[in-house]
Design a binder for this molecule. Sequence first.
Ligand code: DGT
Ligand code: CA
Ligand code: CA
Length: 576
Amino acid sequence: MYNSQIAEIFEEIADMLELDKEKDRKFEILAYRKAAVTIGTLQEDVGDIYRKRGLAGLQELPGIGKSTSEHIKEYIETGRLKKYDELKKKYPIDFARLTNIQGLGAKRILKLYKMLGVKNIDDLKRAIKAHEIRDLEGFGEKSESEIGKSIAMLESSGGRMLLGIALPEAERIRDAIRNSGLVERVEIGGSTRRMKETVGDLDILVISSKSDAVMDFVSRLSEVERTLAKGPTKTTVRLKIGLNCDIRVLEKSSFGAAIQYFTGNKDHNVKLRQIAIGKGLKLNEYGLFDKKGTNTVTGSEEEIYRKLGLDWIEPEMREDRGEIELAQQHKLPRLVQLGDVRGDLHVHSRYTDGANSIEEIADEAAKLGREYIGMTDHSKSEYVTGGMTDKEFEKYFAAVDKINDKFDNRITLLKSSEMDILKDGSLDLQNKTLDSMDYRLAAVHTSLKMDEDEMTKRIIKAFDTGYINIFAHPTERIINQRPPIKMNLDKIFEAAKDNGVALEIDSFPNRLDLSDENILLARKYGVKFAIDTDAHRTEHLKLMRYGVSTAKRGWLTKDQVINTRSLKELRTFFKR
Ligand code: DGT
Ligand code: CA
Ligand code: CA
């Protein structure tokens, strides 16, 4: 429960330190940023790590040093951080929100504060409305309008939280309730169970005969900020991470109906209820009732679907996008599963902007049971990441070969790169370098604002080189932060199919790119997909589950996903 709070505070400290002109704080700033990424993407709670293994446990985390671990300890023990409070007095600015706006870094935020007194989003909106920003040095009219658009985008997200933050929190709460000894069963429902990319609130379903005790227990959980409503069957609490959580307690006989109902989505439920009515039955959260009012289901969710004449539908598909009709015809696709994944084809190491050595990555990936892993550090045009030249790739690949020998049959490392698709559609490495790779991944990183026509041509031209095997995070969107690039998806998907380019599903929780909807469109073109983690540190290798769920939400089967293949079959795909 502390992770997102501490990550945010570290980010903010780094932002504020950047404004401190008195001395060079480059390394200190970097330390806070690294620590923020580690904590922010950690699936285990830092509070638990500290309680179990103390400061030493914290310092074992990559990117956490002596001073950042002391900070974590201070925050866990006192709920405050002196260093943060002091900086905050000096800069009373809402960095956490303002830095979410595309194009606003710490320095520009400070300028807005000094020149216009902008402390938060509301101040910023006022300044835009009064056209005060366009006259500031280094801003201009275009930048004023971009900032306005970015605020609108942020606000239209309606405070929905990334699944990558909401799901681990829901799992912690579920486990705490499960271990309370008060309940018979507890499950996560709602959009979290459907693995939707963002979540409005958490829904947790409990089977217990001690409803009052369960509700008391929930209200006292350390994750809870306050209780908003408390009743015998439903309690709503506000969580410290800034999300509401509904907890419902039901009787055992209602479990199947309740988990079905509270998993949703609403449209799926409405359609199911109509099917029930057509059969002279009544479906609600308590059961499936016949004309006499007798509940005809007592057990599982499967039973409800079966009694209505449908096959059971995986939660990820329950969005009323045609899945009910397929279930009636017994024609549901058999969706790809996490256990089908055999390798990960998009991973960064310390050679560019990753945090771990190739060896550390190989070791962790092998522990996760991956059979192969593709090393895809950046090419030179992506210079902010320390992207490599052709010459540097020779050394990189030699290092990959060496680790490959060392690991023998435990795991196979593949030589690759996340290459830049340049503005004119060319690639930024020599053919000789490209030929020395096992496969090639490419992405658009710069000039993201091109118009649709130009961008479409740029990407297709890159596909036409015949060198690209995987098109990484195709739309470049960052959820709640950056809109997708403009391109003609139909043309791109068709060209991908023609050139044997697999489309990536990037598992990073703020990317999930392609999105479920785009996958549903792309699959019609018969194109293949690669579910990758885009890991920048070893813990990220576990993010695969988010990509797989997104693939399931896009109805993909195992054979449509290339990294479910054996290495031998994968190499055949790469040869086309
Ligand atoms: P969210 O929280 O916005 O991310 O999305 P959900 O799907 O978790 O929605 P939520 O929390 O409002 O409700 C949980 C589930 O309860 C929802 O997926 C389906 C069910 N549900 C809620 N309202 C209705 C309703 O009016 N009719 C029916 N049939 N089901 C409903
Ligand atoms: Ca919900
Ligand atoms: Ca809810």
